[in-house]
Design a protein around this ligand. Sequence first.
Ligand code: ATP
Ligand code: MG
Length: 140
Amino acid sequence: MKERTLSIIKPDGVLRGLIGPVISRLEKEGLKIAAMKMITMTKDQARGFYKVHEGKPFYESVTDFMSSGPCVVMVLEADDVIGRYRKLMGATNFKEAEEGTIRRDFATDIEKNVVHGSDSRENAEYEIGYFFSALEMAEG
Ligand code: ATP
Ligand code: MG
């Protein structure tokens, strides 16, 4: 069933020249990019984006990191895209990520792990609405 998910190339990925390699993997997997832009979040915007993690020990640090430089945010659209893209990203901790995943191949740190992907339909809807208006979404 067609789904949408929010993908982010995090500030470490942008800084290290990984926009091309990450997008290339999305396209090879057949995940359609329905919207895309580059933004730099303020600390408060990063807090709002990761509000599900408020109170966790890594919350302050990860929101500092996510507001430290430009990110590429994308809406991906495909059948079962939420799970397929999470699989392509690999585990949060790159040391536990499977061979051939984006995090296994590119991440350097449990926090600086190159990419984000929504983990459920409910969170995907919140996260897409956080960054994109309906006007910015490609049709068809
Ligand atoms: P994301 O939501 O970015 O796609 P995820 O769903 O794999 O990643 P979450 O548990 O949602 O992982 O954590 C959100 C982000 O917070 C992680 O991607 C990572 O950048 C950071 N993070 C998570 N756990 C830790 C930790 N133990 N130490 C440091 N940073 C962490
Ligand atoms: Mg998550």
